[in-house]
Write a protein that binds this ligand. Structure first.
Ligand code: NAD
Length: 440
């Protein structure tokens, strides 16, 4: 049992705090917002993450999980502090460390016993050294020992709890190997590979991993576009490629590309770091460009079919940046809807979970309560986020509800031949068409 403080109660902080409590630790989660803390004490979560509510409730009841807004209370018994605050993009693409700095200063000024500070936020290479400087400058008693460990997080929103409990690896970076070992002990119950490195290498592993995954998606999207031009089917191409163990099938789903709270800002931050340190990250620039072109490509396809959007009613299925999350950060749906509206379309949209968050970002959109409502009277529907509930819809009913049955399948979840048989004008991403522009 360890006394652990986790700063930040977002997707990473709350999952980390709740899961560490579930492993038997005493955990106190700190955030700045009193209403959030009060709600959490009642078991009301600020985010949607499958399975998380149950773990929070269980550990609240067991008294192992506390919530506070007070640094004094959070630091009282803490031996380990996990920093899991946001690191959004700054104006030049760099990671903005303002939240990290505020959190570290809050901690440093209250250090009264030996403390290990563990950075889980995704931060630029060199941040661990800077954090140590900030702590030294702000701690009341310079003789109290402290250590900084980088512990990048690899969980995926939508399966955060599972990923935390079943990681492929845990990465720990520190200038002090004993400090890294102490943090490793917190992860021993997970029986996973623990990779211990220096601070900068651990920080780089996170950026390199996200950049690689983003690259894999942009790669298959580029291949998808070539497939479309030449009449091949990218789904089968990906299957054929992914069967090769050196390639692997994950992240070979062609579609509208990546979004979310991590890939866009992390790729940007890596480009910024690379270019401000004298290297030319041309691959990463291309990866980004391909990604944003995919969104426009879906709109272009629809424009070709409808001959323009003025006065057209377009339905959108799925708003969150990916299924199983309410996170709307950098969601492709936002850019697609804005492009459609700019050209005069009326947009109706439905998402199983993200509607409330979407309302804050989108104007003049009518939000439906189910996918059929959104399809009713529509000139076209675009499937943007592939929530499971869209996969087995009654497509005959959808067809009959629509003004004209035009379907842009931004995530390739439908069978093109079946959609063609049902009478849809169907376009997937990279599926290959016959001379009449119909799926083969
Ligand atoms: N979301 C993911 O899937 C994911 C995965 C891996 C890594 N990360 C990284 O983890 C970090 C956190 O991401 P997230 O998605 O959980 O962010 P988030 O926006 O969901 O949560 C951030 C939390 O930090 C809190 N916070 C900010 N400043 C604070 C302060 N000074 N004191 C106390 N609380 C403060 C916010 O209130 C919020 O609860 C980021 O660096 C991100 O890149 C995220």
């Amino acid at each position: 049992m360890s006394k652990i403080c986790v700063i930040g109660v977002g997707y990473v902080g709350l999952v980390t705090g709740a899961c560490l409590a579930d492993l038997g630790n005493e955990v106190i989660c700190l955030n700045r917002n009193q209403e959030k803390a009060d709600n959490l004490k009642e078991g009301i979560l600020p985010i949607y993450e499958p399975g998380l509510e149950e773990i929070v409730h269980r550990n609240l009841a067991a008294g192992r999980l506390l919530f506070t807004t007070s640094y004094d209370q959070a630091m009282e018994e803490a031996r380990f502090v996990f920093v899991a605050v946001g690191t959004p993009s700054g104006s030049s693409g760099e990671a903005d460390l303002a939240h990290v700095e505020a959190a570290v200063k809050g901690v440093a000024s209250r250090i009264h016993q030996p403390l290990t500070i563990i950075n889980k936020s995704t931060v630029p290479i060199g941040t661990g050294d800077w954090v140590a400087d900030v702590v030294r400058e702000n701690m009341p008693d310079p003789d109290i020992p402290f250590w900084v460990v980088s512990n990048p997080e690899f969980l995926r929103e939508g399966s955060g709890v599972y990923d935390f409990m079943n990681p492929d690896r845990v990465v720990l970076g520190s200038t002090d190997q004993e400090a890294a070992q102490r943090v490793a002990e917190l992860y021993y119950p997970l029986q996973t590979e623990i990779i211990i490195t220096d601070l900068r290498t651990a920080e780089m592993i996170k950026y390199a991993s996200n950049a690689f995954l983003a690259t894999k998606i942009s790669f298959i999207n580029e291949i998808a576009n070539v497939c479309e031009a030449l009449g091949a089917d990218v789904m089968d191409v990906a299957r054929g490629m992914g069967a090769d163990h050196r390639i692997a099938p994950q992240f070979l789903g062609a579609g509208l590309g990546w979004g979310g709270s991590c890939f866009p800002k992390d790729v940007k931050a890596l480009i910024h770091m690379a270019s401000t340190h004298g290297t030319n990250p041309s691959l990463l620039r291309a990866v980004t460009e391909i990604n944003y072109d995919q969104r426009k490509r879906a709109v272009t396809k629809l424009r070709h079919i409808l001959g323009g959007f003025r006065g057209k009613k377009i339905g959108i299925w799925g708003l969150s940046f990916k299924p199983n999350t309410d996170d709307m950060r950098e969601a492709p749906s936002v850019e697609i809807i804005k492009l459609l509206q700019y050209e005069g379309a009326q947009v109706r949209a439905y998402d199983p979970v993200a509607t409330e968050n979407a309302r804050k970002l989108l104007k003049n959109v009518t939000f439906g309560t189910d996918p059929y409502e959104v399809a009713e009277g529509a000139d076209a529907v675009i499937l943007v986020a592939e929530w499971n509930e869209f996969k087995q819809l009654d497509m005959t009913r959808v067809r009959d509800l629509m003004k004209q049955p035009v379907l842009i399948d931004g995530r390739n979840i439908y069978d093109p031949r079946r959609m063609k048989e049902l009478g849809f004008t169907y376009r997937g991403m990279g599926r290959g068409y016959d001379e009449a522009g119909q799926p083969r």
